[in-house]
Design a protein around this ligand. Structure first.
Ligand code: F6P
Length: 324
């Protein structure tokens, strides 16, 4: 392998730049040139290529977002687009592709692999919903942002004796919400993996109001229930002022925390090492603190329940008092 391409795709995540840096530095050490592809798979089709060298990546470790840009490109499902992508990569003499992203991005890498083009996936998403890894790059940073935001919302919820319900990203994976729930000692968490009944939630709130509780923090993973409808319902049934907060894209930004920088660095170096061993069609993960790889084709589905949730569901007390 003389020249590889690298792209970031799907929702950006803090630490993607650290991964780009690691890939470029590891590749250059082995005399492999790295071509950065702008804006994900769109850039492959539009031939948005740029040579990456040490100077271009040396100082990007602490930047949020991705210097390569990202996009969602559902058209990549089409065979003719995939063929065009491979043609453009060959034209540029690119022998292999490193894809940093989540499930959708892995799907793209899987298509190319099946058509004979070597790809390696690195998991970059705040959702932590990728199979084959315990952590994705960006999850810890996003969690930190969520925790800091909840701490602030707790202050005002206490001052005004209000119920605050907070919608948290994660797509269909509750890892961000559940981890933040533990870290902030919230009152309730609504997860995609546990059937939600709004009547039971209200019963629990009323029970605790009777015991003298003054304020409540409820976390909810996105896509489960309309947060404003739920907030109005709770206010009506409990007669307690309720506010709905959607944390939104703030969760995707910011400088990566140390954990994500190191994870990205380890995964970036590992991806070059396995490519040099002739291994491709795989994606990288971390398991029991070891960096590992698995076949991409087994992984391109969304993970809904991670080890974090499996562990917490084992605890009956927590289950009864806090989940719906
Ligand atoms: O996959 C990351 C993520 O932030 C999800 O948590 C969220 O559902 C989605 O992307 C939002 O996508 P977009 O930025 O395209 O609105």
């Amino acid at each position: 392998i003389k020249k590889i391409g690298i792209l970031t795709s799907g929702g950006d995540s803090p630490g993607m730049n650290a991964a780009i840096k690691a890939v470029v530095q590891a590749a250059l050490k082995k005399n492999i040139n790295v071509i950065g592809i702008c804006n994900g798979y769109t850039g492959v089709i539009q031939k948005k290529f740029k040579l990456l060298n040490d100077n271009k990546v040396k100082n990007i470790m602490n930047y949020g977002g991705t210097i390569l840009g990202s996009s969602r490109f559902p058209e990549f499902k089409q065979k003719n687009i995939q063929k065009q992508a491979i043609k453009n990569l060959h034209q540029k003499n690119i022998n292999a592709l490193i894809v940093i992203g989540g499930n959708g991005s892995y799907k793209g890498a899987q298509y190319l692999t099946e058509m004979g083009f070597p790809c390696v996936g690195i998991p970059g998403t705040i959702d932590n919903d990728v199979l084959g890894t315990e952590y994705t790059i960006g999850f810890q940073t996003a969690l930190n942002t969520v925790v800091k935001s909840i701490d602030k919302l707790k202050d005002t919820s206490l001052s005004h004796q209000r119920i605050i319900i907070i919608e948290i990203m994660g797509r269909y994976c509750g890892d961000l919400a559940l981890s933040a729930f533990f870290a902030c000692n919230c009152d309730f968490v609504i997860l995609p993996t546990v059937l939600f009944k709004k009547k039971i939630l209200v019963q629990e709130i009323l029970k605790n109001l009777k015991k003298g509780q003054k304020n409540f923090i409820i976390l909810m993973t996105e896509h489960i229930y309309d947060i404003h409808t739920l907030s109005n319902y709770i206010q009506k049934k409990t007669n307690k002022e309720t506010r709905a907060i959607i944390l939104g894209h703030v969760q995707r930004g910011g400088s990566p925390v140390t954990y994500d920088r190191i994870l990205a660095t380890r995964m970036g170096y590992y991806s070059i090492n396995i490519l040099l061993k002739g291994i491709s069609g795989v994606c990288i993960g971390i398991k029991n603190n070891y960096i590992v790889h698995q076949k991409i084709k087994n992984l391109s589905i969304h993970k809904k329940m991670s080890f974090i949730q499996k562990w917490s569901l084992k605890s009956k007390n927590l289950y009864h008092y806090t989940y719906f």
